[in-house]
Design a protein around this ligand. Structure first.
Ligand SMILES: Cc1cc2nc3c(=O)[nH]c(=O)nc-3n(C[C@H](O)[C@H](O)[C@H](O)COP(=O)(O)OP(=O)(O)OC[C@H]3O[C@@H](n4cnc5c(N)ncnc54)[C@H](O)[C@@H]3O)c2cc1C
Length: 382
């Protein structure tokens, strides 16, 4: 009997082949990419050609028609690739940007973005956050004004994953400023559109191999048909997109915590102090017991929530709980693993420090822990 009830044979087969590929093709090179600050752009194409982007997308556009569990497995397996930045770049394209096109795009947009996106030939980014508006999505200021058959966009975006190298951007713009959250639309902007520039590649604590960009829009003209989904429906669409984004983040963080736990357990069985393996000191044994409990509890919560989601059951509260609990547990585990490594844990050649740096963004990106707790409170009627 399988211990993991959530997945079917098709997901297990996908895990087997994708996991092996990650271990063979990414893990040995990933530390170099982290040091260089970039993973090769061709990697998207390799992933696409091998069909690893196909899960959870319609067959009509080159997908396999599978469910969301493919994205969960994808995130879990990538979490062991030894580069949070590589996982973030590939994951943002597959589990965040492309689902927007799948869920809200019309046929022409799906032909244009989804089909090549699944082959890894054309890469997407989602641009919502601005220098003066992150948690407060409704407070964005980037403006799109209708002019005949076009929209003219002015404004800026910050912290955009794949922001420097993407081929297309889903840009959240104010189309009816007086309407607040009901006046936001998603508008597609292609790389190379006049007036659209990447102003900066940002330097950051973790996810070193991913390109996080600051974007500028200066009288950028795009056809009115570039609106993705409903006009002024952008806030609603973003909240929908957040659900699966947050679940894949929670699943990835839990898998990263497990990986960090595994390498630390191995280390603590081998490293000796006072003539005995450091793991055998009671205080350290208890640390492992605590960490394993946090990881197992995180995994149960995220798997239960994914089950609710794929069965079409209400799970907004659970998604927010996962985002807080799993992501914060991963940071706690990574921090404890550094302590268990002693001075070696602080050295760049030991993996635990990178996991800690890479996980530190998880309770911030995709909606902070505080915002998740606000959501839970609101759903409780508080
Ligand atoms: C590496 C990286 C990659 C990212 N990728 C993307 C991307 O691809 N696309 C994109 O659009 N964005 C992206 N982001 C942005 C990310 O989603 C935001 O940073 C995040 O939502 C928080 O917004 P902020 O940074 O403006 O913080 P702020 O909103 O300024 O929040 C600062 C602090 O105040 C707290 N706070 C704010 N409001 C409340 C409240 N009501 N109650 C209690 N506390 C509150 C927050 O929890 C936080 O602790 C990325 C960020 C990083 C760092």
């Amino acid at each position: 009997m399988e211990r993991e009830w959530l997945f079917d044979d098709e997901h297990r087969m996908f895990r087997e082949s994708f996991g092996k590929w990650v271990e063979k093709e990414i893990a040995p090179k990933a530390e170099d990419w982290e040091a260089e600050g970039e993973f090769p752009f061709e990697l998207y194409k390799q992933v696409g050609e091998l069909g690893f982007f196909a899960g959870n997308f319609p067959e009509e556009y080159g997908g396999v028609g599978g469910d969301f569990r493919y994205m969960v497995v994808f995130s879990e397996e990538l979490a062991r690739c030894r580069s949070g930045g590589t996982a973030a770049g590939l994951g943002l394209h597959y589990t965040v940007a492309m689902p927007y096109i799948r869920d809200f795009g019309n046929h022409e947009q799906k032909e244009k973005y989804l089909a090549p996106g699944l082959r890894g030939e054309s890469i997407g980014a989602l641009a919502v956050t601005e220098p003066d508006a992150g948690s407060d999505v409704a407070g964005i200021r980037t403006r799109a004004v209708r002019d005949g058959d076009e929209f003219v966009i002015n404004g800026s975006k910050i912290f955009i994953t794949n922001g420097v190298r993407a081929d297309w951007y889903i840009v959240a713009c104010k189309t009816e400023p007086a309407q607040g959250s009901r006046g936001i639309s998603h508008i597609m902007v292609d790389k190379g559109t006049p007036g659209f520039t990447v102003s900066r590649k940002l330097d950051k604590l973790g996810w070193r191999a991913s390109d996080t960009g600051e974007l500028a829009f200066d009288d950028v003209r795009v056809p009115a048909t570039n609106v993705l989904g409903g006009l002024n429906r952008g806030f609603h669409q973003t909240m929908h997109g957040f659900q699966t984004e947050r679940m894949t983040m929670a699943a990835g963080s839990t898998a990263a915590a497990q990986h960090c736990f595994d390498i630390t357990l191995d280390y603590c069985k081998r490293r000796e102090a006072f003539g005995t393996p450091i793991g055998s000191f009671q205080v350290n044994k208890h640390k492992f017991a605590d960490m394993l409990t946090w990881i197992e509890a995180s995994r149960r919560l995220i798997y239960h929530t994914v089950w609710l989601w794929i069965n079409g059951l209400e799970c907004a509260k659970e998604v927010a709980m996962c985002k807080v609990f799993c992501c914060e547990n991963a940071v706690k585990v990574a921090d404890m693993c550094i302590q268990l490594h002693g001075g070696y844990g602080y050295m760049m050649e030991y993996e635990v420090q990178r996991i800690w740096r890479d996980q530190r963004i998880q309770p911030i990106g995709g909606g902070t822990s505080e915002i998740q707790k606000e959501i839970i409170g609101k759903l409780l009627g508080l």
